[in-house]
Design a protein. Structure first.
Length: 368
């Protein structure tokens, strides 16, 4: 699934101010929709849509009845009757205000936008954008007065990125529409009020989600679960991460049995991985399929987080790009250090050279 905004345009737009309910900030509800020039409309389109570059999608949901999801209900009414846009924007603003119950939530501009001409999976659909800006930035403005160029400072919105946003495509209504989400200002529990309390969305179980979740699972299993055991050493952990990453790069389809046999191998660790997978799915409230097509975009994003380093000291680190068999942990003749022996092999068409050296973390010496 992929969206394109090349021919997208703003059909309707309104801006309200929504504050923190605990702080009793209140709201400022606009009396009418906003009219924009062609230039401003282009600026706003880039501002609103520029952050949606991921292939990760969600859908609106409710534990008992989808129609009880407020965002789903109000947005559905706009899609069914665009003339209700203003009234439903008020309902959306009030709904957000009622969910703004964390002390650190800031007052900000709340935008509701009706987009036309959005291309999604090679079909043209409408979309409803819901955005909020909370951060204000200092900017300088120059002006001419009495023959002099003067400068003033002011506070405003950074048009390069939106703080919080979602884009609801008029597609897949029976399953809660298809939704793209962005939240650049808050992490952890503070992000909960936008994603969980206000929107109430869950990930769509597609190739992107399966790939992303399985790679997160594999990384967590190696770095958190296996690190608590004596089954493998630290450099072997990195080697296992490299093998997992290589599996995703070399295969078009993921197969759980094939992955465990090719990457994890050892029966005891395979059993631990399967048990960890079950616990991981339960704690994160999703299920990872046993077989799925590997998403290249998810692979590209996840591989950045795969750590391939051994920390010897605060200032010494070994970066491994390849096989961890080139790294051995041993002891020196004095028994005071735990050195790593590294074999670096370089091959060309005409020559093959091999070098080995020892890094001592305790006295930060390198012996070649």
């Amino acid at each position: 699934m992929r969206a394109s905004f090349i021919n997208c345009r703003i059909e309707q737009l309104i801006v309200h101010i929504v504050g923190n309910k605990i702080a009793d900030d209140g709201m400022v509800l606009s009396k009418s929709c906003l009219s924009t020039s062609n230039h401003l409309a282009d600026v706003l389109c880039n501002f609103f849509l520029g952050s949606f570059s991921s292939d990760e999608y969600y859908h609106l949901y409710h534990d008992t009845d989808l129609k009880l999801n407020e965002v789903f209900y109000y947005v559905s009414r706009i899609f069914d009757n665009p003339k209700s846009f203003y009234e439903e924007s008020l309902n959306l603003a009030k709904h957000l205000y009622n969910q703004s119950l964390f002390p650190n939530i800031k007052e900000g501009e709340f935008y509701v936008v009706h987009f036309k001409g959005v291309e999604f999976d090679n079909k043209i659909v409408d979309a409803i954008g819901i955005f909020k800006t909370e951060k204000k930035y200092t900017f300088l403005k120059s002006y001419i007065h009495d023959g002099n160029v003067n400068i003033n400072e002011d506070m405003g919105i950074d048009t390069r990125k939106v703080d919080k946003g979602c884009l609801i495509f008029n597609k897949g209504k029976d399953n809660g529409f298809i939704v793209a989400v962005v939240d650049k200002t808050n992490k952890g529990s503070l992000a909960k009020y936008w994603v969980d309390d206000f929107l109430h969305v869950s990930q769509i179980n597609d190739t992107y989600t399966n790939t992303s979740n399985l790679m997160s699972l594999a990384k967590s299993f190696v770095t958190k679960e296996l690190s608590k055991t004596d089954l493998i050493s630290k450099n072997e952990q990195i080697g296992l991460l490299n093998k997992a990453l290589q599996y995703f790069k070399e295969h078009e389809t993921f197969d759980l049995i094939g992955f465990t046999e090719e990457v994890i191998v050892e029966p005891e660790m395979v059993d631990k991985f399967k048990a960890y997978k079950s616990d991981f799915e339960t704690s994160n409230d999703f299920t990872i399929d046993s077989q799925f097509q590997i998403s290249e975009s998810a692979l590209k994003k996840q591989q950045r987080s795969y750590k391939r380093a051994i920390n010897l000291d605060k200032k010494i680190q070994i970066i491994i790009n390849g096989n961890s068999d080139c790294v051995e942990k041993g002891t020196d003749s004095r028994g005071k250090f735990s050195p790593f022996k590294i074999r670096a092999v370089k091959e060309t068409l005409f020559e093959r050279t091999q070098a080995s050296f020892i890094l001592h973390s305790a006295d930060k010496r390198k012996v070649i």
